[in-house]
Design a protein around this ligand. Structure first.
Ligand SMILES: [Zn+2]
Length: 360
């Protein structure tokens, strides 16, 4: 299978462009971000031999963490500052990345029996203090590493401390090693959706929250005073995370514009809404002529389990929203046979939840 590379940013570049146009960030900061992909790709060639030289290549890895400090340069894999079994160091950012990466790794291993991004114990390489005033964090499939900027302290920052951001980015790694969903159009939006799902599932798990008590925000701790809203995305109410948030919550508002790889971070809102409804339930309806009772949700742990099994069951890298709906229905049936899902109305409920956003 041909490999399709992507740099999966937590803050979509077209949203940063909007911040530039609104004079929230400077053109220089925006431009710097837009050049990052070239630096990463050219750097890969230089470090490829080095990577093979000291990272274990045995088939069953041990998912060790390696934290590198870019020292505010555009070089990843620059200076190793902490690795597995090392004690905490003076740099809080390094320790936060180390701890959060471990939490995400342990969650997938303990809850879903899936070890590291490749389920083969691949080592986890994280680069911190990347560039100067770099307002983003990303997973690069070109180098299979995460990269964290420091932000500017007023618009965006604190990426290393954000568990949802790290879970989101590492899920891109899992998708890369399972279905390899192509990062454009509906398959790309499905890829983004799955990353947001496990961003919130992991965060809710460690915060001891459930579907009813969680805020369902992605990136609420990375936005600063100058960010025009409360988070980067809202899964319960897509399109409301910030002023100008372009996310739709229904197929009738699907965005076909070409920017952001045909809206991978935009149209993911439609599927995010489905997951929220499956976890939290469907509210009652009364439009004057007909009345429908509320339907209870599966809550986040079981909805997360269903979504993770579905993620593994996606067969095509071009899977679209409707294809994913079929995968979730089949996976629901499997989990019912295994008595993981015990409610008899589960298939009707899943069908109803997808129907709420116009997918049938
Ligand atoms: Zn992403």
């Amino acid at each position: 299978m041909e490999k399709h590379y992507c740099n999966c940013y937590i803050v979509p570049p077209n949203i940063l462009e909007k911040m530039k146009n609104d004079n929230i960030i400077t053109n220089e900061v925006y431009q710097r971000s837009s050049e990052i992909s070239l630096n990463v790709i050219s750097a890969r060639k230089k470090i490829s031999e080095q990577l093979n030289g000291f990272l274990p290549t045995n088939p069953k890895g041990t998912a060790q963490r390696f934290i590198y400090d870019s020292k505010n340069t555009a070089k990843e894999h620059f200076e190793l500052v902490r690795q597995e079994h090392d004690a905490a160091i003076a740099d809080d950012t390094a320790n936060q990345v180390f701890d959060n990466c471990g939490r995400v790794r342990d969650f997938f291993n303990q809850e879903y029996n899936f070890f590291s991004v490749d389920n083969n114990g691949k080592n986890m390489v994280m680069n911190i203090h990347y560039e100067d005033t770099f307002l983003n964090a990303l997973w690069s499939t070109k180098i299979d590493q995460m990269i964290f900027g420091d932000g500017d302290g007023v618009t965006l920052g604190n990426f290393a401390a954000a568990l949802d951001v790290i879970a989101h980015e590492l899920t891109h790694g899992i998708v890369e090693y399972t279905s390899g969903l192509i990062y454009t159009g509906q398959s790309g939006a499905l890829n983004e959706h799955l990353a947001d799902v496990f961003g919130t599932v992991v965060k809710q798990h460690y915060k001891n929250q459930n579907a009813a008590t969680a805020d369902w925000l992605i990136g609420d701790t990375i936005v600063g005073a100058n960010w025009p809203g409360k988070a980067v995305r809202s899964m319960s109410a897509p399109g409301t995370a910030f002023n100008g948030d372009p996310q739709p919550d229904h197929m009738s508002h699907y965005n076909n514009a070409p920017d952001d790889n045909f809206g991978v971070h935009t149209n993911s809102g439609i599927l995010n809404k489905v997951f929220y409804l499956v976890a939290n339930g469907i509210p009652p309806k009364n439009d004057g002529t007909s009345k429908k009772d509320a339907v209870a949700g599966l809550d986040t742990p079981l909805a997360g389990r269903l979504w993770f099994e579905s993620l593994k069951n996606i067969k095509s890298p071009n899977c679209d929203f409707r294809g994913f709906y079929e995968v979730v229905m089949q996976t629901t049936q499997t989990l019912m046979h295994e008595n993981v899902i015990t409610r008899v109305d589960a298939l009707d409920f899943i069908k109803l939840a997808f129907g709420e956003v116009g997918i049938s």
